[in-house]
Design a binder for this molecule. Structure first.
Ligand code: ZN
Length: 87
């Protein structure tokens, strides 16, 4: 049992209080509210997914597409003649 200032109105509230008796803010003893924690976890998941999609896209672009081209495009039998050097 310890008292901390409410993060909304700075009134002394118990850390285990579910709502501030002064202003009614939820989890007044916590530094961040439940909604903020949800928002932070959402942003964190967004970053993780964006990174995964970014790496996935990068992998497809650099590895899978050249590999597919190798299979699809027939290799040229005749080499392209080099241009004659004029002197
Ligand atoms: Zn309060």
């Amino acid at each position: 049992m310890s008292l901390v200032p409410c993060r909304a109105c700075a009134q002394q509230v118990d850390t285990s209080a579910l709502a501030c008796p002064g202003c009614g803010a939820t989890d007044p003893g916590k530094r961040i509210s439940r909604q903020q924690r949800n928002a932070i976890s959402f942003v964190f998941q967004l970053i993780v997914w964006a990174t995964l999609l970014g790496f996935g896209g990068w992998y497809v672009w650099t590895t899978a597409i050249p590999m597919a081209k190798q299979y699809l495009v027939k290799p040229q039998t005749e080499p392209v003649p080099a241009p004659a050097i004029r002197q």
